[in-house]
Design a protein. Structure first.
Length: 160
């Protein structure tokens, strides 16, 4: 993508959802069209066994999903946020292989899921756990527990 299309992504909050979608289609649409033309031209002349040939095939096989980027304003041209969110799991994976029991591994997965979900909601992880550990003893029904999920809380609610 050209610099102008990337700058548009930085302005996402300046537009309405519909306005942003229209601007994205206007700026990024021609870029995707050119990319598609390059891929289809090069697929005929690039051996499929080469890394470049595999990349072309992969992209063309997933073209319908890639085009959804133009239709859905919530999609981004990068998966950096997803990569950054899973990085702690990837780094710790070798350590987690040594969970003594299946139940221990499940507990670790729940804990790390809560940590990353709290971060996504812009909650202080310390404040979030401090808050829920004070509230957990009073939970009786499923709805009581659901109220403690990170996406149900704000930083103001959990402030110590």
């Amino acid at each position: 993508m050209d610099q102008e299309a990337f700058e548009l992504e930085d302005l996402r909050t300046s537009f309405s959802k519909k306005g942003f979608q229209k601007q994205r289609a206007h700026k990024a649409g021609p870029i995707l069209k050119t990319l598609f033309e390059l891929l289809t031209t090069n697929t005929a002349i690039t051996p499929p066994t080469l890394a470049f040939g595999k990349a072309i095939s992969y992209t063309l096989d997933n073209w319908e999903q890639l085009k959804r980027y133009l239709e859905e304003p919530l999609l981004t041209p990068s998966n950096n946020s997803a990569e950054n969110a899973i990085r702690p799991f990837v780094i710790g994976r070798k350590n987690w292989m040594f969970s003594d029991t299946e139940r221990g591994a499940e507990s670790s997965a729940i804990l790390y899921s809560l940590v990353e979900s709290a971060k996504l909601q812009k909650l202080s992880v310390y404040d979030y756990f401090y808050y829920i550990f004070r509230k957990l003893p009073y939970c009786v029904e499923r709805s009581d527990y659901e109220k403690l999920l990170p996406f149900k809380l704000t930083p103001e609610q959990i402030k110590v």
